[in-house]
Design a protein around this ligand. Sequence first.
Ligand code: MRU
Length: 344
Amino acid sequence: MKVNGKHYRTIWMENTSVFMIEQNLLPFEFKIFRSDNYHDTAEAIKNMTVRGAGAIGAAGGFAMAQAFIQYATNKIEVEKAKKEIESTRPTAQNLFYAIDKVYKAGRVSVQDAVHEAQRIADEDSESSRAIGEFGNTLIRDGFRIETHCNAGWLAFVDYGTALSPVYAAQRAGKNIFVYVDETRPRSQGARLTAWELKNENVPHAIIPDNAGAYYMSQGKVDMMIVGADRIALNGDAANKIGTLEKAIIAKEYNIPFYVAAPFSTIAFETRTGNEIPIEQRSEEEVLYQTGTTKEGKIEKILVCSPGSSAMNPAFDVTPARYITGIITEKGIYTPDKIRTLKTS
Ligand code: MRU
């Protein structure tokens, strides 16, 4: 996608360095972060310099490739690096998908590891593009679409998943409007999705996290599309905290609820959503918010009662029965079909 007229991928690798859009600074500052070793790339995944299912996957693959570049045949160091990269974000299926593939390739040669990491990044971009085409077939002219978190191009290598159909619909000349859930505590909706949509001139409004039911009850939402961080064999889907509430409300008001995700997000070895590990993040993310002053200075401030503690589960699991369909790069499936895709 383009930023100020220039095409960017969210993350890419050149020689031995990995470059990524610094997402912690958006929407206030657009900056590229460079990592020259696997440890810094792993740290960037952990501190959310890079975040979102596909982008985490690409970062994990590149980090694994950097570990092979650094340690080549030193098996012990490579294993140590693999564990460190795996420990960064426990819910994100794409992370394990990419690490596993690059690790296997790296056992053949360092060059194979780098090629595999690049291939995974390209695959992510192409899958996201295809998801947009399939998803667009569900969108009618005039549709008002709600989305949660950021599953746009910043969360993947390019195009995105939940937002890819929106961009495809826009390119097809359809009039669309997007309700952007702010998505506390990290505000990926208010900060990232809104920034993306503004860049692409897609009409949208940020709504408070607790306003979705109001708009749905008023008949003002035609469909909901969200991303996924891990999809279990039975079609249960883990996504950013708050998604479950939206899915339950959407069902109450007969609003189609779609999950958009590539095959690389499907964990065929995870039988149900109960088996998906839910990342618990620091209470700091709830207690403090980062924003910019009128003078443009980025500041972090306490927004809660001083001395109170907070709990911060990063994801929840939406049971398959609330999901109308899963939009993938190969087509749109009802959740019960996921298990049949295993061998195809
Ligand atoms: O914690 P994050 O920002 O990495 O969250 C992941 C996500 O981006 C969301 O859960 C998203 O809706 C699905 S993955 C693009």
